[in-house]
Design a protein around this ligand. Structure first.
Ligand SMILES: Nc1ncnc2c1ncn2[C@@H]1O[C@H](COP(=O)(O)OP(=O)(O)O)[C@@H](O)[C@H]1O
Ligand SMILES: [Mg+2]
Length: 322
């Protein structure tokens, strides 16, 4: 399964992503690939590792390696410079079939204290200095990789700490997951982002994939506030945990000790909700085609990429291999 954690900056995306990663790996014994796709890279620290510059997906050399691999012999993509965020897989594409796939090894970091737990970071690598490129274009390569991850085994999990706010709707990020967990803390600002996110999700037809999770909950009135302000009912509530706050102040990682008791129960609820996706991978692929078609009409695409409609392979099926 592929799951992402989204919401306003500061609401607890990275914390919840790290907790869920640890829970799935240590408690449920699942192989997990964690992906840090937020501009503020916190997931690596919370998992206790560092991703070197030469492994960041936004590093142009790494992006080339990724695109060369997923392109495979797909003749519909003329060359790797023609990858748009919505470029779908087609005949000849190399799909990533497991989170332990050897193709991921050059740009992922193994988390040594855990079996089958790896981390990849998008990062903000920029040769020409800060502010030269927009973070969206860094995310393109992550979108390319994610659209080519078609896991063979439902035991494998991709856990993505998503870009903050509603930026996921800029291109295709919102179409890449079986579940998107929206994190709401009991503040008007966080709730407003969730409400807006859900509105965009409805417009895009992916609202069935969204699950609200309340975070930093101190009492019942916090939950009531979130329900009222978002118009949604959370599937789980994570208590305000001062040990989590202190750990972050020290710069420490989240250990498996945190995913016991009530926290484990909440993580299990998230797992169960995400395990029954309202849309299939093929449904999401159809949405990706529609978005690609829309993007094809944009002037910057026409000018920089030419006509990209032929990148869509109408007969291609992303279904599991037998
Ligand atoms: N359940 C919680 N209890 C206490 N503090 C929390 C909790 N969840 C997150 N925090 C704290 O809130 C801050 C923001 O969390 P973070 O996960 O970095 O948010 P985001 O990734 O959404 O920006 C951090 O300092 C973190 O330690
Ligand atoms: Mg974060």
């Amino acid at each position: 399964m592929k799951i992402a954690f989204a919401g306003k900056g500061g609401s607890g995306k990275s914390t919840t992503s790290a907790l869920f990663t640890r829970y799935m790996n240590a408690v449920q014994n699942r192989p997990v690939l964690a992906i840090d796709a937020d501009v503020n890279m916190n997931l690596s620290g919370l998992l206790g590792v560092e991703v070197a510059m030469d492994k960041l997906m936004a590093n142009p050399d790494v992006a080339d390696v990724i695109r060369n691999y997923i392109k495979g012999t797909n003749a519909r993509v003329a060359d790797i410079s023609k990858f748009l965020p919505t470029t779908p897989p087609g005949e000849g594409s190399n799909l990533v079939r497991s989170v332990d796939d050897a193709a991921l090894a050059p740009y992922s970091v193994r988390i040594n204290d855990a079996p089958s737990l790896n981390l990849m970071s998008v990062g903000t690598y920029d040769k020409d200095g800060i502010g030269q490129t927009c973070y969206h274009s860094h995310l393109f390569v992550a979108e390319n990789l994610l659209s080519h991850i078609a896991l063979e085994n439902d035991n494998d999990w991709v856990v993505c700490d998503m870009v903050a706010g509603t930026d996921a709707f800029a291109y295709s990020m919102h179409l890449q997951f079986d579940a998107i967990v929206l994190i709401a803390e009991p503040t008007p600002e966080s709730a407003e982002v969730c409400r807006l996110y859900m509105e965009l999700a409805r417009e895009s037809g992916i609202d069935g994939l969204i699950h609200l999770v309340a975070n930093k909950i101190e009492d019942e009135s916090d939950i009531e506030f979130i329900v009222k302000a978002t118009g949604m009912t959370p599937i789980a509530a994570l208590p305000h945990t001062s040990a989590l706050k202190k750990l972050r102040q020290r710069g420490d990682a989240i250990s498996t000790d945190f995913v016991t008791g009530d926290m484990a129960t909440a993580m299990e609820k998230i797992m169960l909700a995400a395990s029954k996706p309202a849309l299939s991978a093929q449904d999401r692929m159809a949405m990706l085609y529609a978005l690609h078609t829309k993007l094809n009409e944009k002037k910057w695409v026409q000018q920089g990429y030419g006509d990209v409609m032929s990148q869509i392979d109408p007969d291609f099926k992303i279904t599991k291999v037998a």
